[in-house]
Design a protein around this ligand. Structure first.
Ligand code: ZN
Length: 549
C-alpha cells in the first residue's frame, strides 16, 4: 500500500512523526526513517507498522514543516473537527470524528441527534451519527483543543526562555495530553540530539513529542521536583510520586528514573483514581468461561489464581471476582501493591514497606482479623503461597495472582514453591490466565467480507465468519482503529479428576492434554474467537499468539 504522508523530521533522522495521512492507514505512526535525503529532503520514507511495511513515496518538499522538531504530532482528523462550528460542538457535545468519503462521521449522545441532524440539513452536510457518551466526547473535545493549542504555541520554547514557568507548563501539558489520550505511561527518553517523549496507549508506545536535548535537564529536574526526588542525584535510580488533576480526573503518578548514556530517563506510570471495577459480564469471557469462573468464585472456600504477565489485566479480573461475591455480611480484605481500585465497603491494605511488611506479613495479620474473603495481590514467594493455601483450606476464599504463562503453568508454579501436591489439589478451585488484546474502536469499526486466507485461519480454530471488522481510524482512537483492550482467557476449572491427577504430579504437557480434553480452551483460540465476533481484528489476534500449549 502506498501512503502519502506529511512528515516532520526530528533532529536526528531516527524517528519521523507522521503528521497526516490518508484514512485507510490505521496507525498514527512512530516510524523509522529509511531512505535517501535529496537536497535535505527525503524522497522516500519507510513507515513500519508492526510487521507490515508501508512505503510512503514521493514526499515533496512542501510536505516538510520548516521546523517542526518541537511540535507534537498533530491530529490527522483536524479537518473532521473543524467541519462543525464551535457553538454546535459545545452545545450538543458532538465531535467530527473522521470523513468517510464526503460523509462526516460524528460522535454524539443520542439525545442530541435531532438537533445535529437539523443543523446538517440546514448546511447540506452529509453526516453519519454514532452514539457516544457525553463524558467520552467531552474528553475527546478537550484532547483536540489541547492538540491545537500545543501546535500553535506552547511547545515552541526558545533557549532564552528555558525558565521554570514554561517548563512546568510543558510538563503539565504533556501529562494532560497523555491522560486525554488514555495513556498508561509516559517515557522521557534522552538521546544525543533530542529528548523523546513517548506514551503507552493500549499497550503500545507511540511518540508524543520530540524535544530538543537542551531542554532535557530542565524537564527532568521539573519532574524530579514534582515527585520529590533528589534533583542533585543523577547517577542512582530513584523513584517518587505525585498527583495531578486533568479535567475532573485525579491522576496518581508513580515516577522512576535511571541514568542512561545520554542522561536520565524518566518513566511516569499514570493511574486514574476514578477507575471503576467491572462486572463479570464485562470481562469478555465466553459463555462457558463465565459459567466456569462464576462457579469457582461462588465456592465458600478455596484458592482462585489469576495468571499472566504484568499489565495483562489480572487486577481487573480479581476485582470483578471479589465484587461479584462480596456481600455486606462478609469481611472482605485485600492486600495490594498498589491499590488500583478503591472499593467502598471492603478493607484494602496497600503494601507500603515491602521489605518489612510484604504480602506474607500482611496476610498473617489479616488472618487474625476474622476474614471471609481475601485478595492477596500477588503470590511471589513460597511463604505467601503456603499461607494462602492454608487459609484456603481453613474455610477462607482466597484470590491471588501469580506469574505464569498459562493456567497449567500456574499450578506448576505452586508446586515449584514447594506446596505439597495434595495441598494444591485440595485447595485450588481453578486458574484463570489471561492476555490483553486491543479491541476495535467502536466509533470507526467497519465490517468487510472475510478473505479466503482469513477464512482458512478461522477454520483452523474451528470458527467461521462471513464478515470481519476493523477500525477505519478516527479521533477517538487516535487513528489506530483500536480503542481500549479486552482480555482473552484460558480457564482451568479444577475437577475431581484433575485434582487426582495433580497428586500423581504428571508432566505439565500431560496435564495440559487432560485439561484440554475436559474443556479448557487456549488463549489463542479465544483471541481468534473475538476476531470472528468482530471485537478485534484477526491480525491483532494472530500477533498476540502465545501458544505455550
Ligand atoms: Zn476510531
Amino acid at each position: 500500500m502506498t501512503v502519502k504522508c506529511e512528515v516532520a523530521l526530528t533532529a536526528e533522522p531516527r524517528f519521523v512523526s507522521v503528521q497526516s495521512y490518508i484514512a485507510d492507514v490505521d496507525d498514527r505512526y512512530v516510524a523509522t526513517y529509511k531512505g535517501k535525503e535529496v537536497d535535505g529532503n527525503m524522497s522516500t520514507i519507510e513507515v513500519l507498522r508492526e510487521d507490515h511495511k508501508l512505503i510512503a513515496e514521493h514526499i515533496g518538499e512542501e510536505s516538510f514543516a520548516e521546523d517542526s522538531t518541537q511540535g507534537l504530532t498533530t491530529d490527522p482528523f483536524a479537518s473532521a473537527h473543524t467541519a462543525l462550528p464551535q457553538e454546535l460542538i459545545a452545545k450538543f457535545d458532538c465531535l467530527g470524528l473522521r470523513f468517510d468519503g464526503d460523509i462526516l462521521v460524528i460522535g454524539a449522545p443520542k439525545t442530541n441527534w435531532p438537533k445535529i441532524e437539523e443543523y446538517a440539513k440546514s448546511v447540506k452536510l452529509k453526516i453519519k451519527l454514532i452514539d457516544a457518551g457525553e463524558h467520552e466526547i467531552r474528553e475527546a473535545i478537550s484532547l483536540t483543543q489541547t492538540i491545537a493549542r500545543s501546535k500553535n504555541n506552547s511547545f515552541d520554547i526558545e533557549v532564552s526562555e528555558v525558565g521554570e514557568a514554561p517548563i512546568s507548563a510543558l510538563v503539565q501539558q504533556i501529562v494532560e495530553r497523555a491522560v486525554l489520550e488514555r495513556a498508561s505511561d509516559i517515557h522521557f527518553e534522552p538521546y544525543k540530539e533530542d529528548l523523546l517523549v513517548r506514551v503507552r496507549i493500549d499497550g503500545r508506545l507511540r511518540l508524543l513529542v520530540s524535544l530538543p536535548s537542551r531542554l532535557a535537564p530542565a524537564v527532568t529536574s521539573r519532574i524530579k521536583v514534582l515527585s520529590q526526588m533528589n534533583i542533585v542525584e543523577r547517577r542512582r535510580p530513584q523513584d517518587g510520586q505525585f498527583s495531578t488533576t486533568v479535567g475532573d480526573r485525579h491522576i496518581d503518578i508513580r515516577v522512576a528514573s535511571v541514568t542512561t548514556v545520554h542522561g536520565e530517563k524518566i518513566v511516569l506510570r499514570l493511574h486514574d483514581a476514578r477507575k471503576q471495577s467491572v462486572s463479570l459480564e464485562e470481562l469478555g469471557m465466553s459463555g462457558l468461561q463465565l459459567e466456569q469462573f462464576s462457579r469457582m468464585i461462588r465456592a465458600t472456600n478455596g484458592l482462585i489464581l489469576v495468571a499472566g504477565p504484568t499489565g495483562s489485566g489480572k487486577t481487573t479480573t480479581l476485582h470483578s471476582g471479589i465484587k461479584a461475591v462480596s456481600v455486606s455480611w462478609k469481611n472482605v480484605v485485600t492486600i495490594e501493591d498498589p491499590v488500583e481500585y478503591v472499593v467502598p465497603g471492603i478493607t484494602q491494605i496497600p503494601i507500603i514497606d515491602p521489605a518489612n511488611a510484604g504480602f506474607a506479613v500482611q496476610l498473617r495479620a489479616v488472618l487474625r482479623q476474622d476474614p471471609d474473603i481475601i485478595l492477596v495481590g500477588e503470590t511471589r514467594d513460597a511463604e505467601t503461597a503456603r499461607i494462602s493455601v492454608q487459609a484456603a483450606l481453613t474455610g477462607h476464599l482466597v484470590f491471588s495472582s501469580i506469574h505464569a504463562t498459562d493456567s497449567v503453568g500456574a499450578v506448576y508454579r505452586l508446586l515449584q514453591m514447594d506446596i505439597e501436591p495434595h495441598l494444591v489439589a485440595s485447595s485450588l478451585r481453578g486458574v484463570v490466565s489471561q492476555r490483553l488484546i486491543r479491541r476495535n474502536c467502536r466509533f470507526c469499526a467497519t465490517s468487510y467480507k472475510t478473505t479466503a486466507a482469513e477464512a482458512k485461519t478461522l477454520e483452523a480454530f474451528g470458527l467461521k465468519a462471513a464478515t470481519l471488522v476493523r477500525g477505519a481510524g478516527c479521533t477517538l482512537c487516535g487513528g489506530s482503529g483500536f480503542r481500549d483492550r479486552i482480555a482473552t482467557y484460558q480457564i482451568l476449572e479444577m475437577t475431581e479428576a484433575l485434582s487426582d491427577l495433580i497428586v500423581s504430579r504428571p508432566e505439565p504437557n500431560e496435564f495440559r492434554k487432560y485439561a484440554a480434553d475436559s474443556g479448557m480452551t487456549t488463549m489463542d483460540h479465544e483471541a481468534v474467537r473475538l476476531a470472528a465476533e468482530g471485537i478485534t481484528t484477526l491480525d491483532e489476534a494472530l500477533t498476540l499468539m502465545v501458544s505455550s500449549e
